[in-house]
Design a protein around this ligand. Structure first.
Ligand code: GTP
Ligand code: MG
Length: 198
């Protein structure tokens, strides 16, 4: 699939104020700094569409980007951000959970995990929570440019092992690098496949 237009529409702290259209939405979630906003820029080939930062905690709202005038990419705040107040943490949790639980247009979530790390409890528990609420998701292993092919395979195997302790079948997964534009075709083809099945 080609992305011919990608435009920022609106930022919200409340899912109830998100666009009143009925187009399918694909949201990006994961730990702060895992590369959600960078991935949106890579997929749309627009470097400054979503705001990114080397410091965690850049995206703090629900951001809607209209793609090809027919569906949305949605950038969400990250979770697991250590250096914030309790109040802020609980506010972000409310924003994220409100959107994920109550947004009927939400079609698929991409849960991003850093391909450099061993499975982290916070991510595995988050996927568990998604499963309990029957929210469909795929996994994207990010920042693949930062490690060797061999190491990626080792980390993927460990991840699969941990997931198979709780999941009967593994979710669909992708390996990406926003630096090297890796994973773009496969992720967009997956979105296109879902869009055409709706
Ligand atoms: P929050 O909005 O804070 O939750 O973070 P985020 O998940 O949106 O991360 P963001 O896209 O802002 O990227 C965080 C940092 O990681 C930035 O410095 C990016 O340049 C870097 N980064 C993101 N993706 C990649 C990648 O594929 N490879 C490399 N090498 N760096 C990346
Ligand atoms: Mg972000």
């Amino acid at each position: 699939m080609n992305i011919t237009s990608a435009e920022f529409v609106i930022s919200n702290s409340d899912y109830k104020k998100c666009p009143e259209t009925h187009m399918p939405e694909y949201a990006f979630i994961g730990r702060s700094n895992v590369g959600k906003s960078s991935l949106i820029n890579m997929l749309t080939a627009k470097n400054d569409l979503a705001k990114t930062s080397s410091k965690p905690g850049k995206t703090l709202l629900i951001n809607h980007f209209l793609i090809n005038n027919s569906w949305y990419l949605v950038d969400l705040p990250g979770y697991g951000f250590a250096s914030i107040s309790k109040e802020m943490r609980s506010k972000l949790k409310g924003i994220i959970e409100g959107y994920l639980l109550f947004r009927p247009q939400l079609t698929n979530v991409f849960v991003l995990v850093d391909s450099r790390h061993e499975p982290q409890t916070i991510d595995v528990e988050f996927m568990q929570w998604m499963g309990e609420h029957e929210i469909p998701f795929a996994i994207i292993f990010t920042k693949a440019d930062k490690l060797s092919q061999a190491k990626i395979q080792v980390n993927l195997s460990k991840y699969k092992e941990v997931l198979l302790e709780t999941w009967e079948t593994l979710p669909k997964y992708f390996v990406s690098s926003s630096e090297k534009r890796q994973g773009k075709e496969d992720i967009l083809a997956y979105i296109e496949e879902i869009n055409s099945s709706l």
